[in-house]
Design a protein around this ligand. Structure first.
Ligand code: CP
Length: 316
């Protein structure tokens, strides 16, 4: 495919291919010299219309380690602030001949719309509450490395599911790989229609965590809430915060995940987040760079093949 806009369009075999390539980049990133020429001669532009630490830093590192020219657009200082539309901004940058555009946007569907207007490959770095495909892929690699497999696991995704693009991409990916998925959280933060997707829904966290192999915690995304009922942080932590007592109900070797940014004492006890015997949160960050390198590498290969075919067509 030309773009990576979501998990929905990926087949299980394509997910496995990407994760296998990411394993090679995990090894490269652990070397003293972390360099490959996979993107040599290519230009990557990062356009983040929403705040980011992990995704933006790892896409920048990934592009640089693969030899691309990487430019980070400071969207808060761009002409978007003067009223320029997303599409006009994209067309302007497109005229500078980038090969890869990495886009984060607060509106669901904005990245798909942008991808229709440009000639390069587009990666969705998170759009509204819709999708965050590279997050789901890095979570999948972390799970596969920790548990030795990516199928037949019981995975509890806990917290603010309704506003979470991470939850959505993860439940699509983990469902495709034939895992048992539980969504755990307040009924007010549960999206409608998920029961039909073959997932189990729990409001009682103690029931939802029982014998789970993977416990994935999510933060309350207040920036996407529009006035619905939200419990106080104190009440939320009591009922849905991950503490030692609740974690004890999961499988004895259950791993704890969090995509970040984390709110300690709200959705997770800081001691659990820092417990290297249970928490794989820092592994997720490490896998993020490798997975993004693999995604960029595969998109660049597709782009080169597409351009090669077009050039051959012109010569015939
Ligand atoms: N997990 C994630 O997307 O983190 P950032 O918002 O810091 O990029």
């Amino acid at each position: 495919a030309r773009h990576l806009l979501g998990i929905d369009h990926l087949k299980p075999a394509e997910i496995t291919t990407l994760l296998d390539l990411a394993e090679e980049y995990v090894a490269l990133n652990q070397r003293t010299v972390k360099h490959s020429d996979a993107l040599a001669g290519m230009t990557q532009i990062n356009m983040f219309f929403e705040n980011s630490t992990r995704t933006q830093a790892s896409f920048e590192l990934a592009g640089k380690r693969l030899g691309a020219d990487v430019m980070n657009m400071a969207m808060a200082h761009s002409s978007v602030k003067k009223g320029e539309t997303l599409i006009d901004t994209a067309l302007t940058l497109n005229a500078m001949h980038p090969d890869l555009l990495i886009v984060r946007h607060p509106h669901s569907g904005a990245v798909n719309l942008l991808a229709e207007k440009v000639n390069c490959a587009v990666v969705n770095a998170g759009d509204g509450r819709h999708e965050h495909p590279t997050q789901a892929l890095l979570d999948a690699l972390t799970i596969r490395r920790s548990k030795g497999r990516l199928h037949r696991l019981t995975i509890a995704i806990c917290g603010d599911i309704a506003h979470s693009r991470v939850a959505r991409s993860n439940l699509i990916l983990l469902g495709k790989m034939e895992n048992r998925i539980r969504l755990v959280g307040p009924s007010t933060l549960m999206p409608s229609g998920v029961a039909e997707m073959g997932v189990e829904i729990y409001e009682d966290m103690r029931e939802g965590l029982k014998d789970a192999d993977v416990v994935m915690m999510l933060r309350l995304q207040r920036e996407r809430m529009d006035g619905g009922f939200i419990p106080s942080e104190r009440e939320y932590y009591h009922r849905w915060g991950l503490d030692a007592e609740k974690l004890a109900l999961a499988a004895p070797d259950a791993i704890v995940m969090h995509p970040g940014p984390m709110n300690r004492g709200v959705e997770i006890d800081g001691t659990i987040a820092d417990d290297i015997n249970r928490s794989v949160i820092q592994d997720q960050v490490e896998m993020g760079v490798a997975v993004r390198m693999a995604a960029l590498d595969l998109l660049a290969r597709n782009l080169r093949a597409e351009r090669g075919k077009a050039a051959a067509g012109v010569m015939v």
